[in-house]
Design a protein around this ligand. Structure first.
Ligand code: SF4
Length: 477
């Protein structure tokens, strides 16, 4: 019996395997005559290469094969088991030699094995889609790299998913055996890489961890399912993995806490008493710490965290906004989203150093409505402003600013009183009871809502020109 050595390159390529298998079939080479070689391996039996056989003439009869087998072969080839190559050729041989319905026999050992291999590849592909985490490339705008260690040869198979999902980004996924890049137009595959070639961590991971910790529901914790769905071998790719031991450990206490809270009578009115605020440890740090667990109104529950004020404790100027937005809610810092960036550019134009200002909000939790996966800003009600006002008043007492700027109507209500409307009072100076000077202007988020073009420009000028009053040392006296 003549033996032939055969190599499929790359070993996971359906096209390469089909060409090899077709050549072997057309020369009537039986499965037991083939030595399947891995990359870089030589034939122990010194068998001649199958590829040395003449390629059948163009137009020679095609070999009909059920489509289901082609699909199964394409998936199995991505498995890392070297035995998949002889297995698939053996199945093909049987199909073209009288067992056309082979796949319909689920008890057949070859079918069973092929199904198991395909299942493992599908599972690995699913895990790659779920657990790849892109990290920003330092110094490059909108460029991301992910490191992943799949169990099988699935990079080519899964890459189109990422190209569709992240079509607008430039990204690369590096794995030990293969890499793929997307430039916004096409995929390019290359050799494997080292983990050091991928950035280790970027700022988004801190956001993601905060968000994950807040959406983690201890009442739904099932550690067995979790380990099944998120095997430990993938944990090193996941920023949230560092949180899991603590979240799992604390889950029991948190569930107990949820039970205790559910037992309370529903609160129909927001409590007005300032006692929980007044009782806090002195100083901004004490206030910040106490506000982190504030439950004075229902806004804390769906939000990620309390966003307390930030800035020098002796700032001369305090800016008060309405409430944190989506980016602030995730980061825990005020004015870091699009509205914050617009405010920054107005301050820069005026030569005012943001670092000298104390920035806070009238309401310390993000109020939003869910629309699909998006969280849309929702204006806080007077009840929320009233409930949160003690925190703001304590911030003012501690910082003792000379000037307070109210950005938007909610801030004006909290600082200047319910009757003060922006329409009538925008840009006008007020004196508070303790002598602090204050004025109200538009919120930078309102400027952004004016759309593009002249309307936005005019709104921006309004904000900037009102803020210009801060440059006057007399503060309108
Ligand atoms: S919005 Fe203010 S009052 Fe309401 S829970 Fe948050 S910190 Fe407390």
């Amino acid at each position: 019996m003549t033996r032939w050595s055969v190599r499929v390159d790359p070993a996971w390529s359906l096209q390469a395997w089909r060409e090899t298998a077709r050549l072997a079939l057309q020369h009537r080479v039986a499965p037991e005559q083939l030595d399947w070689l891995q990359a870089g391996e030589a034939s122990l039996l010194d068998a001649p290469a199958l590829a040395s056989l003449p390629t059948p003439a163009a137009g020679s009869a095609a070999i009909p094969v059920p489509q289901a087998f082609v699909a199964l072969a394409g998936t199995c080839l991505c498995h890392s088991d070297p035995q998949r190559l002889p297995l698939l050729y053996r199945m093909l041989w049987r199909i073209v030699h009288g067992e056309r319905g082979l796949l319909t026999n689920p008890a057949d050992p070859d079918v069973l094995r092929a199904m198991a291999l395909a299942q493992a590849v599908r599972r690995d592909s699913h895990k790659m889609k779920a657990f790849v985490r892109f990290r920003e490339v330092p110094g490059e705008a909108d460029a991301f790299i992910a490191w992943f260690e799949p169990a099988h040869h699935i990079v080519d198979r899964v890459a189109p998913f990422f190209a569709r999902r992240f079509a607008g980004m430039r990204w690369a996924i590096l794995t030990p055996a293969r890499s793929v890049q997307w430039d916004g137009q096409q995929l390019a595959f290359g050799p494997g890489a080292r983990q050091e070639d991928a950035p280790r961590e970027d700022a988004r991971e801190a956001l993601w961890r905060t968000y994950y910790a807040n959406i983690f529901n201890p009442a739904r914790l099932n550690t067995r399912m979790m380990q099944q769905e998120m095997p430990a071998r993938y944990w090193k790719h996941l920023p949230e993995a560092t949180l899991l031991p603590r979240l799992v450990r604390d889950a029991g206490d948190r569930v107990q806490d949820m039970h205790d809270r559910q037992a309370q009578a529903p609160r129909r009115r927001i409590p007005q008493a300032a006692a929980p605020v007044a009782a806090t440890r002195a100083g901004l740090d004490g206030l910040r710490e106490a506000a982190a667990s504030c439950r004075r109104c229902p806004l804390w529950e769906p939000a990620t965290q309390t966003v307390f004020g930030e800035g020098p404790a002796d700032a001369r100027i305090m800016l008060v906004g309405e409430q944190p937005g989506d980016a602030e809610d995730l980061s825990g810092h005020p004015f870091v989203g699009p509205a914050g960036r617009l405010l920054d550019s107005a301050l820069r134009e005026l030569g005012i150093d943001r670092g000298t200002l104390y920035l806070t909000n009238a309401v310390k939790h993000f109020r939003f409505e869910r629309r699909g996966k998006r969280r849309i800003h929702s204006t806080p009600q007077i009840t929320h402003i009233t409930a949160c006002r003690p925190w703001l008043m304590r911030e003012i007492e501690n910082v003792r600013p000379q000037v307070i700027v109210c950005l938007g109507a909610s801030a004006a209500t909290a600082v200047l009183g319910a009757g003060v409307t922006l329409k009538e009072h925008r840009g006008r100076w007020h004196s508070l009871d303790d002598g602090t000077r204050a004025f109200a202007t538009v919120h930078p988020a309102w400027v952004l809502r004016q759309g593009e073009g002249e309307a936005r420009e005019a709104a921006y000028r309004l904000l900037r020109d009102d803020l210009r009053q801060l440059l006057d040392d007399r503060h309108g006296r």
